[in-house]
Design a protein around this ligand. Sequence first.
Ligand SMILES: Cc1cc2nc3c(=O)[nH]c(=O)nc-3n(C[C@H](O)[C@H](O)[C@H](O)COP(=O)(O)O)c2cc1C
Length: 125
Amino acid sequence: MKIAVLEGSPNKNGSSNMLAGEFIRGAKEAGNEVTVIDTARADIHPCIGCIHCGYDGPCVQKDDVEEIRRQILGSDMLVFVTPLYYYGMSAQLKTLVDRFCAFNGSLQRKHMKSALISAAWNSDG
Ligand SMILES: Cc1cc2nc3c(=O)[nH]c(=O)nc-3n(C[C@H](O)[C@H](O)[C@H](O)COP(=O)(O)O)c2cc1C
């Protein structure tokens, strides 16, 4: 199986990437092919909601998402990796998720497997 891991932490050696690293190690040991996409370091502009893409077409933004789109649609499974930021995903990962808009149709038709890996720490706990 081809797995795309979308890493969303700005801390390259932080907790969420450490968890992702263990997932990746196990996935590879089990014979899967893994592609890691570092959303915190990739050039990813925010969706501007123009819908020029028609939810399944070329995006007006010209950045790394053209290649990331190919990698995602070439995969069987998506793994979302994020630190918990105010009870949501990081802005870095969310910016990419919003850009799914331009391949929304293709993505839905694929019925991919998915998983969420997240690290959090709440000082009120
Ligand atoms: C901007 C920001 C918001 C955060 N919001 C939460 C939160 O809502 N709940 C929580 O338990 N931890 C929160 N945290 C703590 C992080 O989730 C925690 O430190 C996590 O381990 C960071 O992952 P990383 O090491 O991969 O960067 C927040 C941290 C930051 C920097």
